[in-house]
Design a protein around this ligand. Structure first.
Ligand SMILES: Nc1ncnc2c1ncn2[C@@H]1O[C@H](COP(=O)(O)OP(=O)(O)OP(=O)(O)O)[C@@H](O)[C@H]1O
Length: 253
């Protein structure tokens, strides 16, 4: 499924946080959102997983305005790994991951064996199966992040929205997640601060600044010293990965 921001703007507390946002992730594409702090990445993504409603324009799921879909319907297609999960109840890991099945349920039926298998597979994929019976409040930051990821996998979405999903993960789990995202036929919207990992992961990057897209294109086109300087006010040296050819940025400290 595709996701498009069609002239999206977001006003909150009298400020325009996002404006004139026009970008479309095609089915199966990994689209990265990069940009300085406060540039509107999270605000834009929150409109896709419906934590925020655009004040102008629309977010389109395969051409349909999300605003006309009931939340449970869109949640069958769109899963999110937000920056903060807001989960401060001491559920077990298995219980939190089960919540991912909620949009697919009718009423309060107990989980079927098939549903449990989906949950268990999601826990394995996010490497939290060994934590299934632990309370989430007792987990480390990275473990908790992987539980939220498992919940999103359990949702079996067509579109996955991830806001800085690697910020608590060790390098092993960062690479595991980013490889998984590339291997799936999911449409992925991902906000990232690590531009080198973004270059290796994303088909295209949207560079945001001051609430709108400054540049959009494949990593090799947008990760140039000029664009990085324009967006972040620092000038990197750009080299290319010796095996993959992906652009990688280095900085003088
Ligand atoms: N609820 C709110 N009310 C007022 N301003 C807000 C609100 N939420 C976000 N903002 C402001 O909107 C701007 C964009 O925030 P957003 O979180 O989208 O940026 P970001 O690009 O994700 O930043 P970061 O890289 O720091 O995570 C920021 O200046 C932020 O302070």
């Amino acid at each position: 499924m595709s996701i498009a921001f069609d002239a999206v703007s977001v006003r909150l507390a009298g400020a325009e946080l996002v404006h004139d946002l026009n970008v479309k992730a095609e089915e199966g594409e990994v689209l990265g959102f990069v940009g300085p702090n406060g540039s509107g990445k999270s605000t834009a993504l929150r409109c896709v997983y419906r934590a925020l409603r655009p004040s102008g324009g629309a977010v389109l799921l395969d051409g349909t305005d999300l605003a006309v879909l009931d939340p449970r319907t869109s949640a069958r297609s769109i899963a999110a790994v937000p920056q903060e999960s807001g989960n401060d109840l001491d559920f077990t890991v298995a219980e939190v991951v089960e919540l991912g099945r909620f949009p697919h349920h009718r009423g309060n039926r107990p989980m079927t064996a098939e549903e449990r298998a989906v949950r268990d597979e999601a826990m394995l994929r996010a490497d939290v199966a060994h934590l299934a019976d632990r309370g989430v409040l007792s987990l480390s930051g990275g473990e908790r992040q992987r539980v939220v990821l498992a919940r999103a996998f359990a949702q079996r979405p067509r579109v996955l929205v991830l806001d800085e999903p690697t910020n608590h993960l060790d390098i092993h789990h960062q690479l595991q997640l980013l490889r998984q995202l590339r291997a799936e036929s999911l449409t992925v919207l991902i906000a990232m601060h690590d531009l080198n990992l973004a270059a290796a992961t994303c088909d295209r990057l949207a560079v945001l600044a001051r609430g709108t897209v400054l540049h959009l294109g494949p990593p090799a086109e947008v990760l140039t010293p000029e664009v990085i300087n324009e967006a972040f006010g620092v000038t990197p040296s750009v080299v290319h990965h010796p095996r993959t050819g992906v652009p990688q940025l280095h900085y003088d400290i």
